[in-house]
Design a protein around this ligand. Sequence first.
Ligand code: ZN
Length: 288
Amino acid sequence: MHTHDTTAFRTPRRRALLRLALGAGAWPALAHASGTVVRPLAEAVPGGVARIDLGPAPERPRASTDDIPLLVVGDPIQWTALVGIALATRPGTRQIRVDGPDGRTRQLAYTVHDKHYAEQHLKVAPRTVDLAPADLARHERERAHQQQVIATFSAVPAGELAMRAPCPGRRSDSFGKRRFFNGQPRNPHSGMDIAAATGTPVAAPLAATVLDTGDYFFNGNTVWLDHGGGLLSMLCHLSRIDVAPGQRLPAGARVGAVGATGRVTGPHLHWTVVLNRASVNPALFLPD
Ligand code: ZN
């Protein structure tokens, strides 16, 4: 299901990581020392996640890309920076900045490889494509609000990052699809759709604090969850919301129910995962 382009890790520095990436891809059940499956899987492509080896350090190093803080996981023996790669990123070499506890700054390079995402052509009501001025104004306000939500960076999560699907149902593989509404190009699909009937319970995929709730023009009833360290989940089109901002939730806690609110053709759950402000493929966080 996942394509792991191992040419991302050619340099000697990356050999250990190559083994890790191959292990995770070829034997999904393979466990690391703590006995749990390593997630997210490494896939250094637009919409994927790069895992960058930072080596040992007595304290958690701070890492960033374009001044956006990165999620650094691990322990004093081995720290790893997780880099969410935005769908709009062009293939090529990128760098992260690492500030060690000793005040030393390093630049580490990684390679973003090309990935072809299919096109999806949708016929929808014309008013959904050519928004009325009032709807457009509303959407612009909501987009500005969403940019603030996405910039959240709170304390790094203590546990593993392996997630559970927020609801049962068939999962689409439509993440990253380039969409055309009535022939007009739109942003690519930035999440996973799960087919489920209205009323199906929706649960937190990982322990979280409720960051934001609201009824938005495109996304309908929406819950934003903060998993910590710039890792967020957005759950959309809900028929009901059962949580409030600030609430602390364990993994699996109910947040609401599947619905068809917002601009959708039928009931389903749309789930976006954000890492360092980039929407990345939720499948990289799920068991196979
Ligand atoms: Zn969707």
